[in-house]
Design a protein around this ligand. Structure first.
Ligand code: SF4
Ligand code: SF4
Length: 294
């Protein structure tokens, strides 16, 4: 456990728990405990009123090794496809090429799921749809008339995705707004993107059940699922801004771009919560059943 609470100094005010971005501190009886979801950020220390502080670093978390994390996640969940990672930056990091043609965010993620992609820096300029603004990298650079023509042709009307343009933007109000517009985002296989912000991967119902048992194991927090709007809106904004995992069905276009089978959904997880998830996958009823059956 990276952070711990020294019980003899703690006055049980709960300030650390309310200010932990990972919801990693829980109350058990009279005591507060730091759980496996701790991401080692140090935020809680500032909010502890005690001097010396009652909460602090035990062991440093050394487990943010993306190659090890990808391997463990694939093994423990029996994932059949690759894991995509997204890391926001205003400029392309050294050695990461900019996307050199017009593309869709979801199509790039699909390449990572299929194991055929390598890290690219994706910008609004290279985006083929309004999805760039929905993932926080700016607005689409196409003129309004051209954009509306495309929307009318493929999105709005009987036999398409929405009955009218009036209802189409309604879904977006369910999602948090990006606090800033980033220059772009690196999208790549998890093994090749160091300390990403979020990761995404296809899952079936059983894998969702494993994750939905392991993630709340210590904290009781739940995982929300979304349906009803675009793949990017449903899977990027909430995990990135609220630091909470989500799963989503995807929309018609998104599902085909990320190349999901009929049985698959997309899981999106804040990267800092993944080491805790991996540890907890060995602690749940599923893990115990598997051990008994072996
Ligand atoms: S170090 Fe950060 S993640 Fe860990 S308990 Fe403190 S506030 Fe939460
Ligand atoms: S903020 Fe400090 S004193 Fe308050 S519950 Fe957390 S560790 Fe204890």
């Amino acid at each position: 456990m990276p952070y711990t609470i020294e019980e003899s100094l703690c006055v049980h005010c709960g300030s650390c728990a309310s200010n932990c971005p990972n919801r990693a501190i829980v109350r058990r009886g009279a005591e507060y405990l730091v759980t496996t979801m701790c991401g080692d950020c140090g935020n809680c220390i500032q909010f502890c009123p005690m001097e010396p502080k009652a909460i602090g670093k035990g062991k440093t978390r050394a487990d943010f090794d993306n190659k090890k994390i990808a391997k463990a996640l694939k093994e423990k969940l029996s994932l059949q496809k690759g894991i995509a990672a997204m890391k926001y930056a205003d400029n392309p990091p050294e050695g990461v090429p900019e996307e050199d043609g017009i593309n869709f965010w979801c199509h790039i993620c699909g390449d990572m799921f299929e194991g055929t992609g390598s890290p690219v820096f994706f910008t609004a300029k290279m985006s083929n749809c309004g999805g760039s603004s929905l993932i926080g990298i700016g607005a689409r650079g196409t003129d309004k008339e051209q954009f509306c023509t495309v929307i009318d042709a493929f999105v709005i009307g009987e036999g398409k995705s929405y009955a009218s343009v009036d209802v189409w933007p309604a879904g977006k109000s369910f999602f948090p707004r990006f606090p800033k517009v980033y220059g772009g985002v690196v999208i790549g296989p998890l093994e090749q993107v160091k300390m990403p912000d979020i990761i995404l991967f296809p899952i079936n119902a059983h894998q969702l059940s494993l994750i939905s048992t392991a993630y709340p194991f210590d904290t009781g927090d739940i995982i929300r699922g979304y349906g009803g709007t675009s793949q990017c809106t449903m899977t990027v904004a909430a995990p990135l801004i609220e630091n909470r995992p989500v799963f989503a069905s995807g929309d018609h276009g998104g599902r085909s771009h990320v190349r999901l089978t009929d049985a698959e959904l997309v899981m999106s997880f804040p990267y800092k919560l993944v080491p805790g998830l991996i540890k907890n996958l060995d602690r749940t009823i599923y893990a115990h059943e598997a051990a008994e059956g072996a």
